[in-house]
Design a protein around this ligand. Structure first.
Ligand code: SAM
Length: 177
């Protein structure tokens, strides 16, 4: 079984903390195996690891200094999500053919301006519409489409807490001490 990794680049400590945390949480919730943050500031990873501790995994996080070095060493496919790319809905059949779910895939999302080298290193530069919006929105749609919707049924193991779905109200139960 391959690995589905989300790589967050361009993180600006302080300014992007919340958005980076949300990228990591979205990756975890929607079926990625690992979140890699290219930065010298690993604070957003603490919140993500805490959520995994409580609500289950498997899901891991890593801090790397250099996104380019990570991508150069990555042996699998690379998708870069960008408003300048080709429409995801047109490219997905070919992506799923060359890299079916379960193959090694790194999905790259940016923050500020993304270096051109990332566009060149990517096997696919994919757009979730050619309108500017958010890394969280584009990642969520990418993971949902790539999994053909099954990401919504993801199972989590070794959780200490579980949300019990309610028509109204909130219920969280402990699954273990
Ligand atoms: N103008 C920036 C650039 O040069 O890439 C985009 C910044 S945007 C706030 C942050 C990230 O959100 C992008 O790097 C990209 O990963 C993602 N993003 C925003 N709009 C997108 C779209 N329409 N399709 C795919 N990804 C998008």
């Amino acid at each position: 079984m391959g690995e589905l990794v989300v790589l967050r680049i361009g993180h600006r400590p302080g300014r992007d903390d919340r958005m980076t945390t949300h990228v990591g949480l979205t990756a975890r919730a929607l079926g990625a195996d690992r979140f890699v943050l290219a930065s010298n500031d690993g604070r957003p990873l603490t919140t993500i690891d805490d959520v995994t501790e409580r609500f289950g995994g498997p899901f891991t996080t890593d801090l790397v200094e250099n996104a380019g070095a990570f991508l150069n060493e990555w042996a699998g496919m690379i998708v870069h999500l960008t408003m300048y790319g080709l429409p995801i809905q047109d490219q997905l059949p070919r992506l799923r053919e060359r890299c079916p779910p379960g193959c090694d895939l790194a999905i790259v999302v940016g923050a500020e301006k993304v270096p051109f080298s990332v566009y060149e290193l990517a096997d696919w530069n994919l757009a979730v519409t050619n309108q500017p919006h958010s890394e969280v929105a584009s990642l969520a749609i990418m993971l949902d489409r790539y999994s053909d919707g099954t990401a919504l049924d993801e199972d989590f193991i070794d959780a200490t807490h579980r949300v019990v779905p309610q028509a109204a109200g909130k219920r969280v139960e402990r699954t273990q001490e």
